[in-house]
Design a protein around this ligand. Structure first.
Ligand code: PRP
Length: 197
């Protein structure tokens, strides 16, 4: 997520441990692991014997993707797609461009898009029809986080790790200006605490 908020400038100087102190933990590694195992088992059940492609949306989804593929018993293929949305600050502009295309043939395959978060829904409202053009048997959506508060496009995930409120979420793949993706839990930044840094 790109951020151009002057009030947040101090965060640019903060290191991972500073943020770990102020970030309020929403979901621990244990909770995430438990949910990933449950969802991986659901996918195994739903698509037993099918050719599955797990399609990771870069960059935020890499840790959730790793969990899902690790805990699935089915031997899914993996691929990557990157969509960039252009516009200012913390909200996306609605203009989405694919900056990295998947390489596997999706024709007649079960494609499961692995997302870190569905927020306004704009990214997926653009991506999902594009994927349909490749002739997959079906396209499903598995998101680690679902934030309904700011939804603009009607996007409904098939597998949801956790519902979240309208918070500035970091960690477990999610960034603040490309940083803090490596935090091994999901947390959020409280702006008042950022001010005290
Ligand atoms: C984030 C996230 C989703 C999208 C959700 O990606 O990974 O793809 O925004 O927002 P939306 O529902 O409002 O469209 P981002 O563009 O920040 O890229 P990143 O994954 O590289 O951080």
């Amino acid at each position: 997520m790109a951020v151009k908020n002057e009030k947040l400038e101090k965060l640019e100087k903060a290191n991972k441990s500073d943020v770990a102190k102020i970030g309020k933990v929403l979901f621990t590694q244990e909770q995430i692991t438990k949910r990933a195992k449950e969802i991986a088992a659901e996918i195994d059940r739903d698509f037993e014997g099918e050719d599955i492609i797990l399609l990771c949306t870069l960059k935020g989804s890499i840790l959730w993707m790793a969990d899902i593929m690790k805990y699935m018993k089915s031997d899914a293929k993996i691929d990557f797609i990157q969509a960039s949305s252009y516009g200012a600050s913390t909200t996306s502009s609605g203009i989405v461009k694919i900056s990295h295309e998947p390489t596997l043939n999706m024709y007649e395959k079960v494609v499961i898009v692995i997302e870190d978060i569905v927020d306004t829904g704009r990214t997926l409202a653009y991506l999902l029809p594009k994927l349909q053009e490749r002739g997959p048997k079906t396209v499903k959506l598995c998101t680690m986080l679902n934030k309904n508060a700011r939804r603009e496009d009607h996007i409904e995930a098939d597998y949801i790790g956790f519902e979240v409120d309208d918070l500035f979420i970091i960690g477990y793949g999610l960034d603040f200006d490309q940083r803090f993706r490596g935090l091994p839990y999901i947390s959020y930044l409280d702006m008042e605490e950022v001010e005290k840094l």
